[in-house]
Design a protein around this ligand. Structure first.
Ligand code: UD1
Length: 417
């Protein structure tokens, strides 16, 4: 287990550069196996989720070369074998191998994916999409066998605009015969990034980033070069940290349009913001106005920033509310926020936060990735020492977090115990 230790209450100044997006990377790596040639992807973040996917590629006998922030994936000698449970359960995004293997070989055998325990997180919409394309899905306990004689285009309506289902169906449909239309598709920027990657290989996908995506199946996907977009959730997390501790803090390599919902909420709160073409500068302030948020699919307020945002709400004057609408179990950080001195009550899916609170260092737990990020934000604000156990969750999504924060003046370290 990893333990992070933060000596909080320090002002942070300087620049933090944002890495490639985790949620795009974790789809792009499995998507690369669809190519009939080599794919080069740059701006890949060095996070443990990337390592876990590269382990799956190697296990499938895919040639993987890493050079600084780039990855070259060559599936020429690939073997389509059952992906063992120990691989599948390491991360949520292992499920993208289901769509990619089905799309390429018309057969995928793997286990239910792992990932953060923030709700039930079923994959029924992914499987219904595969079935609509002509696949037969067999499920034995945790194991899924998805197989088709032939994949054909279909009209698929998603009951929920799911990020995972949208991408997975795109992966399965890219080489199917005929045209597939996904309606009520999710619109997240990471989906556009994956569609662009597939189109760079020769796929014919239009409409990514809107609620209707059209995929015209092709036979061959060729060599390509692609770049991962900046991580909007990492950017949002550090902007929130800037609003808590910045003096001032510049967050660089950001696409501000991707975090519009966050930026407008910060403005409403009275956060000092300078938004440039590809950067945001923030500073801490003592007079924040209480603000309510409700998570929603993109372009709404991202559920992945909800937990870090509640830390900022503890510093607002008066009562703020946060309502979680995407996942049933995304307030696991709240008991630990209270441990640090916050005044928070949860009723149903809404947390009511009464501020401002003086946060004091304590022992807390990173119950999942973004809960862990919220503990880092709170620990940086709190006076004294905060110890975060299970800190390995944080490393799944934040590249070089210790180095990035140390460079701007934080006292933070991580050790294995
Ligand atoms: C992705 C992101 C995650 C983010 C989430 C919402 C990745 C690897 N993870 O997760 O960081 O928090 O989007 O922005 O990109 N659902 C079903 N059946 C399905 C699929 C989803 O009921 O087959 C439900 C989920 O339980 C959830 C909602 O739909 O309540 C949205 O989930 P989804 O958008 O699929 O999230 P993930 O792809 O798991």
């Amino acid at each position: 287990m990893k333990i992070m230790e933060i000596e909080g209450g320090k002002d942070l100044s300087g620049t933090i550069r944002i890495s490639g997006a985790k949620n795009a990377t974790v789809a792009l790596i499995p998507a690369a196996i669809l190519s009939d040639e080599e794919a080069t992807i740059c701006n890949i973040p060095e996070i443990t989720d990337t390592e876990a996917l590269c382990d799956i590629l190697s296990y499938l006998n895919v040639d993987v070369k890493r050079a600084s922030e780039s990855i070259i994936i060559n599936p020429s000698n690939m073997k389509n074998i059952e992906i063992k449970e120990e691989f599948s359960k390491k991360l949520r995004a292992s499920y993208y191998f289901m769509g990619a293997l089905l799309g390429k070989y018309k057969k995928a055998v793997m286990y239910f994916p792992g990932g953060c325990s923030i709700g039930a997180r079923p994959i029924d919409l992914h499987l219904k999409g595969f079935e609509a394309l002509g696949a037969i899905v067999k499920n034995e306990k945790n194991k899924y066998i998805v197989e088709a004689d032939e994949l054909h285009g279909a009209n698929i309506y998603l009951d929920i605009a799911s990020v995972g289902a949208t991408i997975n169906i795109m992966l399965a449909a890219v080489k199917a015969k005929g045209i597939t239309v996904i309606d009520n598709a999710a619109k997240e920027p990471e989906i556009v990034n994956v569609a662009t990657f597939l189109n760079n290989m020769g796929a014919k996908i239009t409409g990514a980033g809107t609620s209707t995506i059209k995929i015209e199946g092709v036979d061959y996907l060729h060599k390509c070069f692609h770049e991962v977009i900046p991580d909007r959730i990492e950017a949002g997390t550090y902007i929130i940290i800037g609003a808590l501790c910045g003096n001032p803090l510049k967050i660089d390599n950001v696409i501000p349009e991707h975090i519009d919902a966050l930026l407008s909420k910060l403005e409403e709160m009275g956060v000092d913001l300078e938004v440039g073409a590809d950067y945001v500068i923030t500073s801490k302030n003592k007079n924040y106005i209480s603000t309510n948020i409700k998570t929603a699919v993109y372009p709404g307020f991202p559920t992945d920033l909800q937990q870090p945002f509640t830390v900022l709400q503890t510093q607002c004057n008066g009562k703020s509310k946060t309502t979680e609408t995407i996942f049933e179990n995304r307030f696991m950080h709240v008991p630990y926020l209270k441990e640090l001195g916050a005044d928070v009550e949860i009723k149903n899916q809404t947390a009511t936060i009464l501020g401002p609170s003086t946060l004091k260092g304590s022992q807390v737990v990173a119950t999942d990735l973004r809960a862990g990020a919220s503990m880092v934000a709170a620990g940086l604000k709190a006076e004294g020492t905060t110890t975060i156990t299970n800190a390995e969750h944080i490393l799944r999504g934040y590249e070089q977090i210790i180095e990035k924060l140390t460079n701007v003046g934080a006292k933070i370290n991580i050790k294995e115990i």
